[in-house]
Design a binder for this molecule. Structure first.
Ligand code: TMP
Length: 208
């Protein structure tokens, strides 16, 4: 697999989806070929699983069930989209991946982090992440940016303490993993976009 795999991570409310969209539009304008995708989801089967996970009617869902659904979505997405694209030498940019599971289900919900690491490995197979861009905004600011708990989906109803544990979890992963690059995302969206773009360009990700 001679492509490059970049994941984008961050807590809810940090503007991650906006940043992924701005990046996609910029690369399209500049004629740079890249596959943009997301988790949970990214393929028809995985998007159906996403629907089950985020459905607010499923408030009875057990934590392990939720974990397995994220991993099931990941496995399908990895085999169907990520691995083939990397094999063709493409740049793949994925909105959330394995670190979200460690941060949310592991540090956030308190499921066993070592078990999650194993499941992540199984779901990934031979795929390796080259770079993880972590949009760094404190959990309080992220939480207030998204206006506190909203009623839109089950996960977004969670309390601010949950987001604090998730943020701390991401910071712990960042300490361990060399592939993690923290990007200060506390400013306006255009300045954050410039930082992301510059990092990718300066580190050779945009000239595959
Ligand atoms: P999104 O808002 O970035 O599309 O992600 C949907 C929600 O799913 C978000 O609250 C984070 C959560 N999530 C997990 O809890 N574990 C995971 O493994 C992934 C990929 C997402």
């Amino acid at each position: 697999m001679n492509g490059k795999f970049v994941t984008v991570e961050g807590c809810d409310g940090v503007g991650k989806s906006t940043q992924v969209r701005l990046l996609k539009e910029r690369l399209e304008r500049e004629g740079i070929d890249a596959v943009f995708t997301r988790e949970p989801g990214g393929t028809p089967i995985a998007e159906k699983i996403r629907g089950i996970i985020l459905d607010s009617d499923n408030s009875e869902m057990d934590g392990l069930t939720e974990l397995f659904l994220y991993e099931a979505s990941r496995r399908q997405h990895t085999k169907e989209i990520i691995e083939p694209a990397l094999s063709k030498g493409k740049l793949v940019i994925c909105d959330r991946y394995i670190d979200s599971t460690l941060a949310y289900q592991g540090y956030g919900r308190g499921l066993n982090v070592d078990m999650i690491r194993k499941l992540n490995e199984w779901a990934m197979g031979d795929v390796k992440i080259d770079l993880t861009l972590f949009l760094n905004v404190s959990s309080e600011e992220g939480f207030s940016r998204k206006g506190g708990a909203s009623r839109e989906d089950r996960l977004e109803k969670e309390k601010s303490e949950f987001y604090e544990r998730i943020y701390d979890g991401f910071l712990r992963i960042a300490e361990k993993e060399k592939r993690f690059k923290k990007i200060d995302a506390s400013g306006d969206k255009f300045s954050t976009h410039e930082k992301l773009y510059a990092y990718l360009k300066d580190n050779g990700y945009l000239n595959l």
